[in-house]
Each structure stands twice: as C-alpha cells, then as structure tokens.
Design a protein around this ligand. Structure first.
Ligand SMILES: Cc1ncc(COP(=O)(O)O)c(C=O)c1O
Length: 327
C-alpha cells in the first residue's frame, strides 16, 4: 500500500521533530523537568528528572502515538493494529481515539493487568492472544492483512520517533546546558529520538542507555554493531524485547557513550528509590535511570544529568513486593 510506504519511510530528523511538536502539543502539555536535591546529594552531581510518567497514558509513548495518528488520518487510513506488552498499545489506543480512528491492540496472554485495563478502557478492540510477543506478532500480521489495517510497529516507525523527540526539545529549552541524558531502552524509539534531537543540538551531550540483564537485545546489538536476538525474560515491560530494531538502531548506534545493564533486583530497587526520593510511583523501566545513575556515579561527577522517568504503569504485584522489600 502506497500510504504505508510513505509513512514507514518518512524522514526522522531534528526538523521533523520540531514539526511534530505542533501536533503533539495540541493534545498534551509539556512535562515537568525537576531538580532533586536529595538525589543530587546521593549521586554526587546535579540530578534532574524528566517526568514523562505524568503524561496521559502514563508514559512518553503518547507523544509518538499522537504524531503518527495525525499522519494516518491525513492519509485517509481508517484503522490501525499493533502488538504490545503495554505502553505502546495504550498510546496507540488513546491517540487513535482522539483522532477518531479504529484501533486493534493485540497483547500476549498474561500481560500487565494495569496496562491491559487502560487499553480496554479506551474502547479499542483488545485481543489477548499468544504466549509471547513473537506469537502475538504473527496474529497481528494475519489480521492486518485480512482487514486492511495499518500495522503500527513499536520501533520501526518514523512518526513515532519524531513525536517522541518533542520530549527532548522541552529538555533543551529548560536546561540548555544539560551534559548527560540517561534513558531506558526497549525497542529503541526513545533513544533514537534523543539521538536526533539532543545530539543535533549539542554533539557533546552524552547519551547513556539502560536495559535489563534479562532482556539485553539492544545492548548486544550495540556491542556487536548489528541487530541481534536475545532471550527476553525481564518483568519490566518497557525493557521487554527480544531483538534490536533497525530504524532506531541506525539512528542511535553511533551516539551512545555508555550502556548500563541492571539485574531484576536492581530494577526493583530503582522503583523503591523513585518512591523514596521523588514520591513518584514509576514502573521498572521508568525508575531504572535512578539506580543506573547511582551505579555509574563516579563518571557523572560535575555534570548536569537528566534522568528520564519514562512511565508509571506498574503491575500491582511488583509494587507490593517493592514496598515490602525496599521501603
Ligand atoms: C515505561 C517505558 N520505558 C521505556 C521504554 C523503552 O522505550 P523504547 O521501546 O522506545 O526503547 C518503554 C517501551 O515500551 C516503556 O514503556
């Protein structure tokens, strides 16, 4: 389909991020960038948190969803389908609703209940099928062909990347002398968005990625310089991908200063630290940047560091465990 190719091959760059800001800002406000004195003392440098956890849908993903749905609508496409373990699906479902588009969201069985409920509450068609991401993706391929729906990929989707880039425009306006940005990575759309925005603004800004030891496909792809697959068993949905993805990978692969891997226990400690130090409930990937900064504190000394708090949609059972163990 011609429209599909146009959307999938759209440019991703600083100018397109600026253009997408007008679209995204019709629906969401700027998120807060807050300085934390207690975390700055603990980590030994100036620590700021970008609160993407306060966006509608509870994560940064809505920025990309809004931008993509704007372009889908402009191309007269009626409906979209995607597969997801959570926040990407919430974003697609919410944004599609705002643009009057039909959305079908396929989630693997046993997905995070809080996220599944948010998707269902938008009125989107929800299909819970497949034991894992890979099985769910086969189901999506079949339905999208049968029903002629636009398949929204969670990572290889230029309009998602440009839309997410608006977060970094806000950061450089609020803190033009930022030295380091630390952010979690799953499929890589967000890291790609940071690369095309922050690095274009100032190539000296360091980007540090965080991923789970138990789902480190992006880390292994970055290390080996090519897309690789890896096992994917983390509890933290934001990190949960079993492979790297080409569109974002090409954008960030040469722009990373460092990559930090966290154990499952460290991710949970991060959630505890988010509660204790910032009074925010963040999900695993969302809080991971705090513990990652602590782990690499000696390299951050004397720098202005922004930690992204990417999302808040935590599973109840994980939250209970963290409160019992770490608070
Ligand atoms: C809360 C949260 N943080 C981080 C990520 C990773 O984002 P990306 O897939 O763009 O690398 C996700 C992805 O779903 C997420 O939901």
């Amino acid at each position: 389909m011609l429209e599909t190719n146009l959307l999938k091959e759209f440019p991703t760059n600083f100018s397109e991020v600026i253009r997408s800001e007008k679209i995204v800002k019709k629906h969401i406000k700027e998120s807060a960038l807050k300085h934390y004195k207690n975390l700055s003392n603990l980590i030994g440098t100036d620590i700021f948190i970008k609160h993407e956890n306060h966006n509608i849908g509870g994560s940064f993903k809505i920025r990309g969803g809004l931008n993509l749905m704007h372009h889908i609508k402009k191309n007269n496409i009626n409906g979209v389908i995607t597969f997801t373990t959570g926040n990407h699906g919430i974003s697609v479902a919410m944004a599609a609703k705002l643009y009057g588009l039909n959305a079908t969201i396929v989630v693997p069985e046993k997905s995070n209940r809080a996220k599944v409920k948010m998707i269902r509450d938008t009125g989107a068609r929800l299909i819970e099928k497949g034991k894992n991401f890979e099985e769910a993706s086969q189901i999506v391929a079949k339905i999208s062909q049968e029903e002629n729906l636009y398949f929204v990929h969670a990572a290889n989707e230029p309009h998602l990347i440009n839309g997410v880039g608006t977060e970094f425009l806000e950061i450089i306006r609020d803190l033009p002398d930022i030295d380091v940005m630390i952010l979690p990575i799953g499929g890589g759309s967000e890291l790609a968005a940071a690369a095309i925005t922050l690095k274009q603004f100032n190539p000296k800004i360091e980007l540090i990625a965080v991923q789970a030891e138990n789902s480190k496909a992006a880390y292994l792809s970055w290390k080996s310089g090519k897309i690789v697959q890896a096992s994917n068993t983390t509890f933290a949905g934001g990190f949960a991908t079993g492979m790297g993805y080409d569109t974002p990978f090409q954008l960030y692969r040469n722009h990373l200063t460092d990559f930090i891997l966290l154990t499952e226990d460290e991710i949970k400690q991060g959630i505890g630290m988010a509660i204790k130090y910032t009074k925010n409930i963040a999900e695993g990937a969302g809080a991971s940047t705090i513990i990652a900064a602590l782990k690499t504190k000696t390299k951050l000394r004397g720098k202005k560091v922004v930690l992204q708090m990417s999302g808040c949609n935590i599973d109840d059972d994980i939250l209970k465990e963290v409160v019992q163990k770490y608070i």
